[in-house]
Design a protein around this ligand. Sequence first.
Ligand code: ZN
Length: 365
Amino acid sequence: MSNSTSSITAYFLCSLFILLILSVSFTSVIRVDAVRHTKTKSQPDSSQGTETSNDMDTRQSINIQQELTPNNPSSANHYSINAMDSVNDPTRGNSKVAILTFDDGYKSQFTAAKSILDKYNFKATFFVVCNYAEKDANNRMDWKDVTQLHDEGHDIEAHTMNHKDLTTLPLDEVDYELGQSKQCLLNHGIDSTIFSYPFSKGSDNIDIVNMVAKYYRMARINDFPLMFLRCDGFENHQQQNDCRTFTDDGKLTFANRYSIKSWAHQHVQDGLIYDDTQMFQKFVEVVNSQNDYNKDTTINAVPIITYHDIKYQNFDYGNEPYDTNVDLFDEEMRYLHDNNFKVITMSDLGYDGNSNSFYLTPSYL
Ligand SMILES: [Zn+2]
């Protein structure tokens, strides 16, 4: 390199350095000025100062709100926000689960629902009333239907002998309805360990719960769309942080293994009648409400859906709120399938007596 070239290069580098220093100081001056300007603006009178500081507080609280809302189970409108998120965000599908249950042994569960479940390769839990199956009535599954479901890998569980409201019966009759229905299923080669209360009644009665515990390892009712595996997410029951059955002073807890929550798929809710389109939206909202609680592969909450009769006709839902049209049922199953829900059964729920919490058994994985 010649002398002249190196001096030109040195001159060039030097100028660059000076320019750099100049630009840094210039920016600092602007920054200092901006701060000074803000200060002078907010200081002259107290009202203006207060206004500025209020604006800051508002902005800050909005940011905090935006950060916390999606993960905060206690935020007032998390259900609707969450449902929208999950519908619009297809990446949030890895940890979604759902349990499908059918009550009362309607024939249509075999003739209509089963082929739709087969189409999507879903297995469900069927809570069977023994004497309904015994009766060989046209509108109920017989033992041939029930045992075929069982042989094909569906989960068959107990729903009493006669579907009576247990809270109206003397305890010896309650014992018969519970114990005999377990025996009756055993007589057909089915070992049921889970129970569903007729009319969703009895889980708040200590005598009945103690009797359920004699025969079954867990029981299901209908009063909430999600079951929290540690029983710790129920609004208005925040003091509960595990699933023990009794409080220290001997009262039944809100959620425990004998009061597993499920969502009854019914067209009349909160005094409103839902048509099929509205019902589908409600279903989507319910099955996605788990998204606030389940991250990656960690499952903390499971939506459990309870169906009854599945029919080919349209109904007067005001009179038959628990019936479900076949097309609606098909659409709901397609939604679960297309959105990568893992459909499991009640028998995939295990219970750990040490931690007093539920877990999903290996068959889930
Ligand atoms: Zn029932």
